[in-house]
Design a binder for this molecule. Structure first.
Ligand code: IPD
Ligand code: CA
Ligand code: CA
Length: 253
């Protein structure tokens, strides 16, 4: 079984569990929720990965794990707050990094039942159909998305600077609340660009492969290579990437 098929099987095992509503919600922080389903989803993903690829270590949001350059990177439930509220934007994200580079990515949009998948050099698909980033060439015509990390209460003013600039220059700004899905939607050309501050590897690893294989660009906000440990992603179609770098630089000047 190749790694993309393994990632799909693992993500499906977790997505099945998201058909239930959560019974118990704990708080990691004031705005950071975790449900018993986050943990069950991670266990389901790990079980599949351990069965097919016992030699590859796993980093998962709930159980932690590998710091190796070659590893599975798992967000068992991205968009927990949405899931708890029943807002239909949450996903399972399973990525494989080899020598520090994301090379396989599967993101399952569990509420809509769409499977996004990509492997380096093999393109990106949604439910098996090829997807491409959009061809929008100006920010004025672009639909953008962002997100707010869990220190949003302390750093709201900082995050709002780029939102303000984006509202002034683009066609619209969305904040759906699941980073892996934001990346998948850029890959599918439904969003033209997406940026966010200080995420974790599991939020972006799979989505990066989707965007790149769909013809898009993913970097840090200034265009430099993304930090795989504390990623601040900027994902865009290739025509908008420079304009997004300028927009973010202006916002934070
Ligand atoms: C969160 C979501 C959200 C983003 C946060 C993430 P979680 O992940 O991706 O969109 O804005 O920064 O931490 O906690 O729901 O897996
Ligand atoms: Ca996440
Ligand atoms: Ca999560």
């Amino acid at each position: 079984m190749n790694e993309l098929a393994v990632a799909l099987e693992a993500a499906r095992a977790a997505a099945r569990l998201l058909e239930e509503r959560p019974k118990r919600v704990d708080h990691k922080g004031v705005v950071d929720l975790v449900t018993e389903i986050d943990r069950a989803c991670e266990a389901a993903v790990r079980e599949v990965l351990a069965r097919h690829t016992p030699d590859i270590e796993v980093l998962g949001e709930e159980e932690g794990g590998s710091t190796r350059a070659t590893r599975w990177v798992v967000d068992p439930l991205d968009g927990t707050t949405n899931f708890v509220h029943g807002f239909p934007a949450y996903a399972v994200s399973v990525g494989l990094e080899v020598d520090g580079e994301p090379v396989v990515g599967v993101v399952i949009d569990a509420a809509r039942g769409v499977e996004y998948a990509a492997a380096k050099g093999r393109g990106a698909t949604a439910d098996g159909e090829p997807i491409r980033v959009s061809e929008v060439r100006s920010l004025e015509q672009a639909l953008l998305a962002t997100g707010f990390p869990y220190d949003r209460r302390e750093r709201a003013a900082h995050y709002l600077k780029s939102v303000k600039r984006a509202l002034e220059t683009s066609q619209g700004v969305r904040r759906a609340g699941a980073a892996a899905l934001d990346l998948a939607l850029v890959a599918a050309g439904r969003l033209d660009a997406y940026w966010e501050f200080t995420l974790s590897p599991w939020d972006v690893s799979a989505g990066i492969v989707l965007v790149r294989e769909a013809g898009g660009v993913v970097t840090a906000h200034d265009g430099s290579p993304i930090d795989r440990h504390r990623p601040c992603p900027l994902a865009a179609n290739p025509y908008l990437h420079d304009a997004m770098i300028r927009m973010l630089a202006e916002a934070h000047a």
